[in-house]
Design a protein around this ligand. Sequence first.
Ligand code: URA
Length: 231
Amino acid sequence: MMRLDKCLCHLGYGTRKDVKKIIRSGVVSINGIVCKKEDTKFDEENDQLMIDGIDIIYQKFVYIMLNKPQGVISATEDGLHETVLNCIQDTTKGLFPVGRLDIDTEGLILLTNDGQLAHDLLSPKKHVDKTYYVEISEPLSKESIELIEKGITIDGDELCKPAKVKVLSDMAIELTITEGKFHQVKRMILACQSEVTYLKRISMGSLQLDEELELGQWRYLTNDELESLMQ
Ligand code: URA
């Protein structure tokens, strides 16, 4: 059971004061009956909540996949740039991006309000694979690829865990890493006397970027995607 005002706040309808106004205005109904009392308790899993005649499905946790465009920051707030939260229309409170992509990196970013899942995916102990499509300025030598696969040292003293390289062409590879060091892919490629010219994340753990999503588009995860991510 949940208080009606708390539920609407969580869904992003505003502050307690805002939602009190909405409820008192008579646009909210529970099981077809108008409800004007903000402290009404209802069963958020089984009762039918409607606002302005629109069916509202309450979900405690929300999971969103976004194809992040360049120029957008992986944070919840930024004084200067658009953030990943500005790209989505879901107003649920407490959504945040799981991990970070650089401003000029595109691709898969997961947004959720489920702190436990985020923690599990980001925990260094869990070694969650992250795969990137990487375009580079110079081809990688055989030795460089071997170094990356054994564990390359970046910036003189930072040792990376072994990573996987799939060569697509002279100027493009897929790189799978299990850590999330600052600018890791760019620094790994720099350590190989080359430079990243384009970077896109294509997977995180079992979650693959949906190729149907254009840059800046998002969708909710399917149950299958969520289940395999939680295993
Ligand atoms: N590695 C980078 O260098 N940048 C990213 O955005 C992600 C991984």
